[in-house]
Ligand binder design. Structure first.
Ligand SMILES: NC(=O)c1ccc[n+]([C@@H]2O[C@H](COP(=O)([O-])OP(=O)(O)OC[C@H]3O[C@@H](n4cnc5c(N)ncnc54)[C@H](OP(=O)(O)O)[C@@H]3O)[C@@H](O)[C@H]2O)c1
Length: 329
């Protein structure tokens, strides 16, 4: 089978599409025939091995794990002898290690059935971005119906899920994005949209109960001024390019600051969650959330997909498909 592999850290040129052995599921795993995967910023962090602090886990000088891709959607091809939850032929989505391949082994804990009203490409768009949105808004942000929520980076992979999930939970949502994305962010449910190329959101006089920040381009002092006295900021992402701590520097500052102020400053490290997959299954099935897909790339074009994602201006999610015929729209 074909799979993306990489033997050293570096630019997207380190990624190779190789012919490798089809994996065999262990007794507690399933083998998924991958129809689609999606790319996340974490993929290029793994590829580059930056920020360096993450190499403690991923391998100091070269990647310990030479496969890439986490979000997956496909059909179960085979199941290990102890697996009761799924059978061959089931259509599923979830997370695994090595989704940028034609086949991958996965734990049934981190897969759920794909709703029938959702295409494989849409389902593959969901897991990591939706975990981040759900855990940031609910677990860290303690979002409540009627609250005023600001989503900075509303047009990105995470932001497009955060807008829709916050709306489904009854919040009044303001999204921040650039001009070309204003209509899209409004179309997915944002009550107000701030075009950051025309208006500095820090200068408007509104205050928010919750700021969900995937961009991290404003200082925490500025963000605090925009929060109600007992409001919460959830630090999700940052544009810091520092090689050692990179996007982690801002959350660490936030954690220190949070000890001295009334507002809650929370750092998010999204984790794989079966419960969140089940929640997303319901939200997709009910039509409360529809993944926003920006571009489709074939598995053989992964280097271009990652280059595009690294530019930081995706409009929703970037999908990697193993199908010969790439869908449009
Ligand atoms: N903490 C965690 O566990 C966790 C999990 C997942 C992701 N993340 C991080 O969260 C961040 C976002 O992830 P993603 O998957 O959404 O990335 P993405 O799909 O690449 O989206 C980036 C988005 O940021 C927007 N953007 C860029 N500059 C902006 C600005 N100045 N103001 C407002 N929006 C701006 C872009 O929209 P425009 O084109 O309109 O500028 C684009 O849509 C990344 O840094 C990622 O590493 C963290």
């Amino acid at each position: 089978m074909k799979a993306i592999v990489y033997a050293k850290y570096g630019s997207p040129d380190v990624l190779q599409l190789n012919e490798v052995e089809r994996p065999v599921p262990k007794y507690n795993e399933v083998l998924v025939h991958v129809h689609a995967a999606s790319a996340n910023p974490l993929d290029w962090h793994f590829m580059r091995g930056t920020p360096y602090i993450m190499r403690i886990q991923t391998g100091l000088f070269r990647p310990k794990n030479n496969v890439m891709g986490v979000d997956v959607a496909g059909r179960i091809e085979a199941v290990g002898k102890d697996v009761k939850e799924f059978q061959p032929g089931d259509e599923v989505f979830g997370v695994c290690n090595g989704a940028f391949a034609e086949y991958v082994c996965a734990s049934p804990r981190f897969l759920v059935k794909k709703p029938v009203n959702v295409r494989f490409e849409q389902a593959a768009a969901v897991p990591i971005a939706a975990f981040t949105a759900l855990q940031g808004l609910c677990k860290q942000g303690l979002i409540q119906p009627g609250q005023k929520v600001l989503i900075n980076g509303a047009a990105g992979g995470v932001g497009t899920f955060a807008v829709q999930i916050a709306k489904s939970l009854g919040a009044e949502v303001t999204g921040v994005c650039s001009t070309r994305n204003v209509a899209m962010v409004r179309s997915i449910g944002a009550d107000h949209v701030i075009d950051y190329t025309k208006e500095d959101f820090a200068l408007n006089r509104n205050t928010y109960d919750l700021i969900f920040d995937t961009v991290g381009n404003r200082s925490l002092l500025v963000c605090r001024r925009m929060l109600k006295p007992h409001g919460t900021i959830v630090i999700v992402g940052s544009q810091s390019k520092g090689r050692w701590l990179g996007p982690l520097a801002r959350p660490f500052c936030g954690l220190l600051m949070s000890r001295f102020v009334t507002q809650r400053i929370k750092m998010l490290m999204a984790t794989w969650s079966n419960k969140d997959l089940v929640t997303m299954h319901e939200l997709l099935e009910s039509g409360k959330v529809t993944p926003v897909i920006d571009r489709y790339y074939h598995l053989s074009e992964l280097t271009e997909a990652i280059r595009y994602l690294e530019e930081g201006h995706a409009q929703g999610k970037v999908i990697i498909t193993c199908e010969q015929k790439i869908p449009h729209g």
